[in-house]
Design a protein around this ligand. Structure first.
Ligand code: IDP
Ligand code: MG
Length: 136
């Protein structure tokens, strides 16, 4: 089985869409391996989003992801799980995200796009160990 990291971002939890988002992942055929509602620290947020350090939106991205608790999950599927999740998520900007996707159906603003999913197997491994260091 193959695992990836998913986060229902603070906007999704605030809007009470955690259940809707988890249900979409589960209906697709993915299983939860770990899940915790957690306020992400600024330190962890900066490591998590290190690829975006130096970009104009970096500070506001860190403010956003740390503003209230997020639902952090490890999900598992047969193969290419990161890609399965990315397809369900839709494009980064909800304006461009197709209907039927999480961002396409539930989001309207780029800064509040509901969900994070690792973008490669390498990112999945790094992010799982960042958020769930004890998970075997
Ligand atoms: P992803 O979440 O689809 O993987 P990334 O490019 O990794 O997209 O960007 C991480 C997050 O940073 C996005 O989900 C979004 O919340 C935010 N973001 C990305 N680009 C912009 C931008 O140009 N302006 C504001 N926020 C952005
Ligand atoms: Mg990304």
């Amino acid at each position: 089985m193959d695992r990836t990291l998913v986060i229902v971002k603070p906007d999704g939890v605030e809007r009470r869409l955690s259940g809707e988002i988890v249900a979409r992942l589960e209906r697709k055929g993915l299983s939860l391996v770990a899940a915790e509602l957690r306020l992400i620290s600024r330190e962890v947020a900066q490591v998590h989003y290190q690829e975006h350090e130096g970009k104009p939106f970096f500070a506001s991205l860190v403010d956003f992801i740390t503003r209230s608790p997020a639902l952090i999950m490890v999900v598992e599927g047969p193969e290419n799980t990161f890609k399965v999740v990315r397809t369900l998520m839709g494009a980064t900007n909800p304006t461009d995200a197709a209907p039927g996707t999480i961002r396409g159906d539930l989001g309207i603003e780029m800064t509040e796009n509901l969900i994070h999913g690792s973008d490669s197997p390498e990112a999945a491994a790094r992010e799982i160990s960042l958020f769930f260091p004890g998970l075997s």
